[in-house]
Design a binder for this molecule. Structure first.
Ligand code: GDP
Ligand code: MG
Length: 163
């Protein structure tokens, strides 16, 4: 069984863009075409160095229990519960939100190895963006721009080191 890495976060922080950047990275040498399994999207990352792993994208946690948003959030939580490593994705442009705080509380209870990934750091002051999330207390924080593919290989290296 390959280790499982889950992308978790509220909608619109760039999880799917990051999924694509990670599975198409220079350091992710070969990847299977991501296949949609219900509303979870899986891809295999085979790294130049380090163990291959399965990456799972999810619809995101929107903080609602009802309807499609609730079902999507349950899928996201289920993916995180299965995962060996969680990548908690936040939006470096918008900064932290109440929903991010809720997800953080849930992740703390889950108590899995978790990396904080501050996305959308293109064209902004990265130190300010990171400072906004300092109170989250993560020792492992990575700034990336999924859209511009910056910080992606460093993130992959960090993931590989933890698996
Ligand atoms: P998801 O809902 O978390 O999967 O988010 P998406 O991947 O669908 O992205 C949401 C929006 O953010 C889209 O308009 C993306 O183009 C944009 N986006 C994603 N990553 C970045 C980034 O690194 N920088 C910028 N500026 N925009 C981004
Ligand atoms: Mg998405």
């Amino acid at each position: 069984m390959l280790p499982l890495v889950a992308l978790v976060g509220r909608p619109n922080v760039g999880k799917s863009t990051l999924f694509n950047a990670l599975t198409r990275s220079r350091d992710a040498l070969v990847h299977d075409e991501p296949g949609v399994t219900r509303d979870r999207n899986y891809g295999v990352c085979r790294l130049l160095e380090g163990r291959p792993f399965v990456l799972v994208d999810t619809g995101g946690i929107a903080g609602e229990d009802e309807g499609l948003a609730g079902a999507t959030a349950r899928q996201s939580r289920a993916a995180a519960e299965e995962a060996d490593l969680v990548l908690f994705i936040v939006d470096g442009r918008e900064g932290s939100s109440a929903l991010d705080d809720d997800i953080l509380r849930w992740l703390r209870k889950l108590a899995k190895p978790t990396l904080l990934v501050v996305n959308k750091t293109d064209g902004i002051d990265v130190r300010t963006a990171l400072a906004e999330f300092a109170r989250y207390g993560f020792s492992d924080v990575l700034a990336v721009s999924s859209a511009h593919r910056t910080g992606i290989d460093a993130l992959l290296a960090r993931v590989a080191a933890l698996l």
